[in-house]
Design a protein around this ligand. Sequence first.
Ligand SMILES: [Zn+2]
Length: 566
Amino acid sequence: MKTTFRLIRAVAVLLFALAPSLDAQSRPTADLIIRNARIWTVDKNHPTAQAVAVLRDRIVAVGSNDEIGAWRGAQTRVIDAAGKLLLPGFNDAHVHFVDGGLALDRVQLNDASSAEEFARRIAERTKATPKAEWVTGGDWDETKWNPARMPSKELIDPATPDTPVFVSRYDGHMALANSVTLRLAGITAKTPDPPGGVIVRDEQGNPTGALKDAAMDYVDKVQPPLSHDQRLKAVKRALAHAAALGVTSVQHMNPEYADIAVYQELLQGGELTARIYAAPLIPNVDDQVKIGVRHAFGSPFLRIGALKAYADGSLGSATAYFFAPFTNQPDNRGLLSDEMQPVSLMQDRMMRADAAGLQICTHAIGDQGISIILDLYNEIVKAHGESDRRFRIEHAQHMAAKDFDRFAQLHVIASVQPYHAIDDGRWAEERIGHDRASRTYAFRTFLDRGVRLALGTDWNVAPLNPMLTVYAAVTRATLDGKNPGGWFPEQKLTVPETVEAYTLGSAYAEFQESEKGSISPGKLADMVLLDGDIFTISPAKIRDVKVMKTIVGGKVVWDAANAEVH
Ligand SMILES: [Zn+2]
């Protein structure tokens, strides 16, 4: 007995002495620990925590400071979050990433408050623009001017005698050309309006410089194409912007193939700091069918296998397709897109896409546009049987009452952009009336009917900043300040619902919910540390919350403490 006891004691002492190294051998130490955080995990089993451990690009443990302390080693980088809020990184389910990057470097006209300010900014930019280069972009919005009026070339011609100017309205459905550009494009009083477009004219029939929809193609044809370097620069700008805003994943709608090539180049160089899912346009469906990729094909950083389709236009340009006419335009109920002329053309492409296992994301805004797409999705299920295909409707703005349940039955994801609600909410009711507006941006109804939401911004149509989107979803306070209690407040989401839709919901919409979207062991270490607690501050203050750190795959890609002000 005594000997046995001694032996046991000796083994115990030996084990005790070896414990640290044994432990080190049996379990590696973390590369990164974030402690003292208020963690909202978006993991239903463990909604909150204090600390998280990261090994290489994955989360390995989530728990209390003490539990996670066990993962600490000599090489572990430790971030003390000082009680700040840590969330899964935001996943923007609908962006135009290269356009966004380009817009960051272009003249900013969106917040100009008068025609004079609009003209002054264009004049300033023209002075700083090298000879032969164009002044483009802008995203102007004449409804924000006091007084509001449609701009014409006379406003900008004096300061731009040699520089081509072609600045677009924020909705992308109109642009203003100066006289240099009209000359280059060959647009005169004699030029006819193209099908689907309007050359705006003065009383004498002369072009004012404003071009609508297909009339903009005249200018697009004479604009120099984007060079590889311009595209690369735009993507780098966009990535830096996303990192600074806590956006760790983006779903790029209608990229050009050259954009995907740039992503691949950056990925190889280790410079891709956001994860990208790219959905090229459906008229090119056969490209992806031919190479045999299916949905979400690729690596955690870059995936393809989705298609973006267009059912109709937009509310702002009165081209969204409705069952009934616009309230303020009794002869107009909108337009189906050229991809839907005829609808069988779209059906054929969707059938080929689905048969190949590609995911379909369809832009549909008006109630009838949405209804027709649901019909098409239903036809696909009938033809090919049930499967986990995750159909999406992008924007899903104005639903017919009968269609909410069809979203649920067909498992269609509503990929929505709450910022549009507080922007369009300023004037939507004038155009579609109270009844239809009550089923507009109906995020609450979607959740109540069991429809999955994915959240995004449509950047650069709206700002990329997730705090503005959370603010919009939670307050529904229109930008004009006229609905402080919320525009159709019954459709407000709570902060937890919004965060979940913007992380796990968007991840689900790209077949990545087991890889990201929550702070859970085994998932990719994509996280964002905020300087304000959006769960407890007054909702009106959410839009002012800033990002302190953004972490993608365990690497800090944005740190406000080291950031240069720009
Ligand atoms: Zn879009």
